[in-house]
Design a protein around this ligand. Structure first.
Ligand code: IFM
Length: 435
């Protein structure tokens, strides 16, 4: 059980659980097109055990049971993503009616159960035909994504409580085009620099397209970390400045200040798309809320062997999840306060937090501590309005495959049986006020 109670977060605080289409849906039938994760996972060496999302949690068929679990847990909202290749199999052009019908059923199913639909347009499943044209490296993605956004707004907009354009642009750009860990698996600084700008440009064109469809309550979901220097030396502080700029400030400054950090525009000058400055008013379109996904801190150390970018990220000595990520609730508190002081007074939502762990008692403690961190941030003036647990279900953890388990509900992948864990019961106890 949690030590924190619902009242500690304020009377209208929203609780939800989050998932993403590729990680749970499966159902690669009924006209769904190929996406970059299908081919990335099919390429040996990219994903542990060569796992892929072909079946995942079979949510495509089992969604009623999954929505029942969210309702019975006492949650108010469900954060889910729509699969672009299910709706527009080629990425642009012809629409798949069976894809529209699936999300009609899913969204109506949420409303019937009293759950608020919190939608994300893009959670990493780029249609393969668009990758063939360069994907996020191609400036035309701003048009392609706006076309897809308009379709979602047109068909589902009247039933969505809130809509985010992109989930975790750092992952879309840097993790996938520089570190090569996620699809499409590039390790190229020019590719990454282009994707870093185009992902935010496409966010802005999608906001325009959604507004043109009359939609309200629009935002973006950034994955942010509590960046810290390894020591207080001048060198490590410089390393921290680079690391913080690359992970946090590129996206926060871009979206809320309409400019990118100088330290990066200098370092990446020769790789960024020419004339990117002229796009910054689109990048910084006004929003209605900001989603923050928080998992851990980033600890930065000076590395003289990399003169162009003298930084290395090191592991600290905090307790860790089974993926080796440091557990740092105070980092969430500090981050929320920082964003609200330095960037925006918009409502903030913790759109994801959670841990990969088989010992669920640790997950209960994790959530209790992170909810307390949110309450502490509220006490310092941060306008935090909601918290979504990542994730409802154990699911496809990208390059880690199915062995990493983030769910508050266990999934047996042989039988697809769902079994609520202690962490689900802890939320249920708190949300039904029975602790
Ligand atoms: O599983 C992911 C999710 O897709 C995006 N945010 C982080 C989670 C855990 O790695």
């Amino acid at each position: 059980m949690f030590s924190i109670s619902r009242d500690d977060l304020g009377p209208n605080f929203l609780f939800g659980t989050a998932t993403a289409a590729y990680q749970i849906e499966g159902g690669q039938t009924d006209g769904r097109g190929s996406c970059i994760w299908d081919t990335f996972a099919a390429t040996p060496g990219n994903v542990k055990n060569a796992h892929d999302g072909a079946t995942a949690c079979d949510h495509y068929n089992r969604w009623p049971e999954d929505l029942d679990l969210i309702r019975d847990g006492g949650f108010d909202a469900y954060r889910f993503s729509l699969a672009w290749p299910r709706l527009i199999p080629e990425g642009t052009g012809a629409v798949n009616p069976k894809g529209i019908a699936f999300y009609d059923r899913l969204i109506d199913g949420m409303l019937e159960r009293g759950l608020k639909p919190y939608a994300t347009l893009y959670h990493w499943d780029l249609p393969s035909p668009l990758q063939d044209k360069g994907g996020w490296m191609n400036r035309d993605i701003a048009k392609w994504f706006a076309e897809y956004a308009a379709l979602v707004g047109h068909h589902f907009g009247d039933r969505l409580a809130a809509t985010a354009t992109i989930n975790e642009p750092w992952c879309v750009a840097f993790l996938s085009h520089f570190l090569g860990i996620h699809a499409p698996g590039y390790r190229d600084i020019r590719a990454a620099s282009r994707a870093m700008h185009h992902v935010l440009l496409a966010h802005g064109t999608a906001i325009d397209a959604l507004r043109a469809e009359g939609m309200k309550n629009l935002g973006i979901v950034l994955n942010l970390e509590k960046a810290e220097p390894f020591s207080e030396s001048a060198e490590d502080r410089l390393a921290f400045d680079y690391g913080d700029a690359l992970f946090n400030r590129w996206y926060l400054d871009g979206v809320f200040k309409g400019r990118y950090p100088d330290i990066l525009t200098s370092a990446l000058a020769q790789y960024l798309p020419e004339g990117f400055e002229k796009d910054m008013d689109v990048v910084s379109r006004p929003l209605d809320w900001l989603g923050i996904n928080y998992y851990t801190r980033g600890l930065y150390k000076y590395d003289a062997s990399r003169p162009a970018f003298p930084v290395t990220q090191v592991k600290g000595d905090l307790p860790k999840s089974d993926l080796g990520w440091e557990i740092y609730p105070k980092g969430l508190e500090d981050l929320l306060v920082r964003v609200s002081r330095e960037y925006t007074k918009l409502p903030l939502y913790v759109t994801e937090t959670g841990m990969s762990e088989t010992d669920d008692t640790r997950r209960v403690q994790f959530y209790d501590d992170h909810l307390r961190a949110v309450a502490n941030a509220q006490g310092q003036g941060a306008d935090v309005r909601g918290f979504f647990a990542w994730s409802l279900l154990d699911n496809y953890e990208w390059a880690e495959g199915y062995n990493s388990r983030f769910g508050i509900v266990h999934v047996d992948y042989e039988t697809q049986k769902r079994t609520p864990k202690g962490s689900y019961r802890a939320f249920q106890g708190m949300l039904h006020n029975t602790r």
